[in-house]
Design a protein around this ligand. Structure first.
Ligand SMILES: *Cc1c(COP(=O)(O)O)cnc(C)c1O
Length: 520
């Protein structure tokens, strides 16, 4: 079944044929673009009957095999990487599907059964193992410590991504990880998750400053050539192709689970995805293009709504129309607080290319390049009507306020027989699902099912969840929400470095000092 696969940059105006390994280890292309596969593999028409009873791991293997040449990772190695990555999950299904409102055809795809209780684990557990695998191979002939190729992953977090990266990279040979976060501005559970990891290659830096200060410093470190040459600074941010690839599995897996539960495939199945950087839902787009018979992909945004505005107007604009400012709004769903959706560039490339009279990859790169330069200089790009129409073939969108986010958490808790508690990100998706369900009902449409992606465990966002459910009869965070494993974190010893000033020089000095202390 394996076919030859290579990669190109969305901004390339020439012929490119990069390997999967290059793409994973580099992250972002030199021209500033994002890596995409040269072709999206099309599945044979009998794939549903062939794949429907496979385990999550078997499905992941079949899908990944189409995007990674056997010459790069042999079958047995790819299988071991997948098994190692999902052995850390608490659910045998890895990403189980739960009926949440059977009458209305609403299902939750729980993506939070990984080590940090958030959906990013599905991708980052795999990415960590891939990094280690490629480095091990590159270092197979190294004769001394100095010969070894190493990576120093540096990232900033406002809470969620940092812990998933740490748990993906902990204990990996030849990889060191430094995560910066603003002192006192992340939730206690998030801080405990990051700072109680004992592995010597994990370093958490609590920086006196804001999240933006931390992010600025990380950007400066990436731009510092001398430092980069010496310490091989790497990233695991949401544009890494391997993350998108790993996320495709659960679209297929949940589709099969639902069709089996329903007993037939006559329903239209729609995916609703709480979106920020557009990485999660983009995996759904690839799945659909490969042949997954999903009816529609629905983007659910919070009040940082660039994606919703694009879908409605064709304007891709950094400046929020209502407020006229370029400030990101702090909402109840912080992991979706963005001004620009980095992965959207990949979708734009396909929309542009498919809109050309001949499928010309180079021309698509040229046009996209212009758009991205314009976005950078003016903060705004306006797509032609034909491109927006093409987006609407697969995607719809909704924007959800904090008020609605909180009220849906309350409503589901009330209505669900087991008093299900949604996290605020998931609630943005569920609120969106109900808007569609209401419209279907008004239109007399009845054969639609909604799979709403549940991206985090509610315990991670205690403040919002508690304020939504305070005063509700019998509700208790400790009893209804907090898992024992997270409860136990508070008694563990914390390991962190306090940096008393958001200073590039201080952070760089700390990185150098800490690296020297790591056992080699
Ligand atoms: C990252 C994240 C999202 C958004 O996913 P994107 O791929 O950035 O669109 C949603 N919910 C949670 C909990 C997240 O951590």
């Amino acid at each position: 079944m394996s076919q030859s696969q290579s990669y190109r940059s969305t901004r390339s105006t020439g012929t490119q044929s990069l390997s999967f390994e290059d793409v994973v280890m580099t992250g972002l292309a030199k021209d500033g673009g994002l890596f995409i596969p040269s072709v999206i593999p099309k599945l044979p028409s009998n794939f549903v009957s062939e794949w429907k009873d496979l385990s999550f791991q078997e499905l992941a293997f079949n899908i990944m095999r189409l995007y990674i040449d056997e010459g790069e990772i042999p079958n047995e190695d790819l299988k071991s990487l997948i098994h190692a990555s999902y052995s850390t999950f608490r659910s045998k299904d890895v990403t189980p599907l739960k009926s949440i409102d059977e009458k209305n055809g609403l299902y939750l795809l729980e993506l939070f059964h990984g080590p940090t209780y958030a959906f990013k684990d599905v991708a980052l557990q795999f990415v960590g193992n891939l990094f280690e695998y490629f480095l091990k191979r590159r270092n197979a002939n190294a004769k001394s410590v100095e010969d070894r190729e190493t990576i120093t992953v540096v990232g900033a977090t406002s809470g969620d991504t940092g812990s998933a990266a740490i748990y993906g990279l902990r204990g990996k040979k030849d990889v060191s990880v430094f995560i910066l976060y603003p002192t006192g501005r992340i939730s206690p559970i998030q801080e405990e998750q990051m700072t109680t990891v004992e592995d010597a290659n994990v370093h958490t830096l609590s920086v006196k400053g804001t999240f933006d200060d931390c992010q600025d410093i990380v950007k400066q470190i990436f731009g510092d050539e001398e430092f980069n040459d010496k310490y091989h600074v790497g990233a695991v941010n949401s544009i890494n192709w391997a993350r998108i690839l790993a996320q495709m599995t659960y679209y297929f897996y949940s589709y099969f689970q639902l069709v089996k539960q329903l007993g037939d495939d006559s329903s239209k199945i729609r995916f609703v995805v709480p979106s920020g950087n557009f990485g999660d839902i983009l995996a759904g787009y690839y799945a659909k293009e490969m042949g997954l018979p999903a009816d529609r992909l629905i983007i659910a945004t919070n009040e940082n709504d660039i994606l919703d505005r694009f879908m409605k107007s064709g304007r891709y604009e950094k400046f929020a129309a209502q407020s006229g400012t370029a400030e990101v709004k702090a909402t109840y769903s912080p992991a979706m607080d963005i001004l620009i959706s980095s992965n959207f560039e990949r979708l734009l490339w396909y929309l542009i290319r498919d809109n050309l009279t001949s499928n010309d990859d180079k021309k698509a790169g040229e046009i996209l390049n212009d758009w991205m330069q314009q976005l950078k200089s003016t903060g705004s790009v306006v797509a032609p009507e034909s491109v927006v129409k093409a987006a609407r073939v697969n995607f719809s969108s909704e924007r959800v306020t904090d008020e609605d986010t909180a009220s849906t958490i309350k409503q589901i808790y009330h209505n669900h027989p087991e008093k299900y508690v949604l996290d605020p990100h998931t609630s943005v998706g569920v609120t969106t699902s109900y808007r569609f369900i209401e419209r279907d009902s008004a239109d007399g449409v009845s054969n639609v099912k909604y799979i709403s992606l549940s991206t985090a465990h509610p315990a991670k966002f205690a403040e919002v969840v508690n304020s939504a459910l305070t005063g509700v009869d019998g509700y208790s965070f400790e009893k209804d929400v907090l898992p024992d494993e997270l409860k136990a974190l508070s008694s563990k010893e914390k390991r962190l470095k306090l940096i008393d000033e958001a200073s590039l020089e201080k952070i760089k000095a700390t990185i150098v000092e800490e690296l020297a202390k790591e056992p080699k």
